[in-house]
Design a protein around this ligand. Sequence first.
Ligand code: NAI
Length: 335
Amino acid sequence: MKIAFFDAKQYDKPCFEEYGEKAGVKFKFFETKLNEDTVKLANGYDGVCVFVNDDVTAPVIDKLCEFGIKFVALRCAGYNNVDLKYACGKLKVFHVPAYSPYAVAEHAMALLLTSVRRIHKAYNRTKDFNFALSGLTGFDLYGKTVGVVGTGKIGKIFINICNGFGMKVLAYDKFPDNSLNCEYVSLERLYGESDIISFHCPLTSETYHILGNDTVHLLKKGVVIINTSRGALIDADVLLEAIKSRIVGAACLDVYEEEEDIFFEDNSGHIMADDTLARLLSMPNVIVTSHQAFLTREALNNIAQTTVDNIVNWVDRSDCTNELCYKERKCNCGN
Ligand code: NAI
């Protein structure tokens, strides 16, 4: 079984080679992302393995089908970059529903603590033998209200972490889980009462710009925004204006609306063309990480193992519980 592996990074290879070898799956690693221009590289392979910023839209799907490719194995949980409706009945699409929800939830809390205790500033200062404390005053998380949008696998763990800090948790989800130690409220109330808001819902047509022009006025002044889910949940230009006008007190972003051609790469020798990102990064109260919330040893192992299992289960038994078309049951393709 030969798989074309797109957007390959050094940290992907050891785990995928190890699990692939055990299962008879051979990966060919391509550094380029999958898109209309690069899809020809997939010709001659049995399947493709892609990540969050690979493009699996209709023209790419058509080409993959033309090459006789039978499946797309996503090595991530989110699948907003795949035209699932179009793929249904043409290709199988697998994903890795959970690899380490702890990795993402813990990263969200790491960003929050860094921001509110000014660790990023203190780190730079003490490296320069500057031991002054002025400007480093933070605030206690204990007793603060945190709003969690999306209480699935990652949101639940984040809620537990916040409970451990003695925070009051408000939550918003289409499908509330009443076993959680939080109060489910409307999005309006969550926006209005939260000192901190953390996004953990998927990016869909419903959640696109869930924080944007229509909702930014609902926010409590000084709120800290955390986004470790998908960039386009937040309208980045609206966020920037809200920071400039002091509505948003701080932002912790592991994802960014236009991250596709920027994140995961070393752009340090280049002029940043994205003015919104450049301005956000210039703010002392904005912390950006480059979609690294998932990046733990445990998660990388789980991602590789589940991706290989998905492929092998489907090839050997035409059975894969992580198949998205099957899971979504939204199409009428009969799969
Ligand atoms: P999940 O599927 O377990 O939970 C998502 C939750 O969002 C569910 O409870 C669902 O009911 C809720 N939801 C769906 N639509 C909603 C809506 N319109 N309004 C409110 N809630 C809604 O997903 P999981 O594993 O917790 O992951 C969440 C997201 O985190 C993923 O979709 C992905 O985009 C992102 N992610 C980011 C990573 C990173 O490295 N930064 C790594 C892994 C996931």
